[in-house]
Design a protein around this ligand. Structure first.
Ligand code: SF4
Ligand code: SF4
Length: 199
């Protein structure tokens, strides 16, 4: 069984946000409410003339040790055998315990107004039929078709490398174990499956 993860190569990310747009279109995320499964933080550091642009793509880290899952009172949040952390929309009661527990701010509420707007935009054939808490799923629907997550498939600079972290022949494994990659907030003990290679 695979253990899926992603490596963000910040040496090549240009902050174009194509990943955000691709994810939003693929997963019908509520861009109208400025809620995204993945977004790219884009900040300036320093003061003129020594200013530096700092980019940080964010998404669910698909932690091995999952505070969100432990906090969920209904079992809606669960982990697949391949390590992907998911929310069962039908079991989610919208208590937001997971949102509070997640140290990466990776979740958002897909509320009733968002469901109604989605119907308006996409008709009856919608992804999100009930209010629930939403987050990145590594595009499980695409993985089932042997396709990469939409963000990785769309990135024009190949900065998002998705794959099986346990497969020594995968690019994701090689980069994650290269000694150059780091997880965010490693001290939290959450064991993220998303890694970053600094620029
Ligand atoms: S990043 Fe947050 S939502 Fe994702 S698995 Fe970790 S604790 Fe859960
Ligand atoms: S909001 Fe939903 S997924 Fe989150 S803890 Fe509550 S029931 Fe579980």
């Amino acid at each position: 069984m695979a253990r899926y993860g992603m490596v963000m190569d910040m040496r090549t990310c240009v902050g174009c946000q194509a990943c955000m747009a691709a994810c939003s279109a693929e997963n019908q995320t509520p861009f109208w409410s400025e809620k995204f499964r993945t977004h790219v933080e884009d900040k300036e550091q320093g003061s003129f003339p020594d200013v530096r642009r700092v980019l940080l793509p964010r998404l669910c880290m698909h932690c091995e040790n999952t505070p969100c899952l432990s906090a969920c009172p209904t079992g809606a949040t669960h982990m697949n055998d391949d390590g992907i952390v998911l929310v069962n929309n039908d079991r989610c009661i919208g208590c937001y315990a997971c949102c509070i527990a997640c140290p990466y701010d990776a979740r958002y509420p897909y509320d009733r107004e968002d469901v109604e707007k989605e119907h308006e935009l996409y008709g009856e054939d919608v992804t999100h039929k009930v209010p629930h808490v939403d987050k990145c799923t590594f595009c499980v629907q695409r993985l089932a078709q042997n396709l990469e997550p939409a963000c990785a498939a769309t990135c024009p600079t190949h900065s998002r490398i998705f794959g099986d972290l346990d497969d020594p022949s995968s690019e994701a494994h090689k980069l994650a174990t290269s000694g150059k990659a780091q997880a965010l907030n490693q001290g939290l003990g959450t064991s993220p499956k998303v890694f970053y290679i600094p620029s």
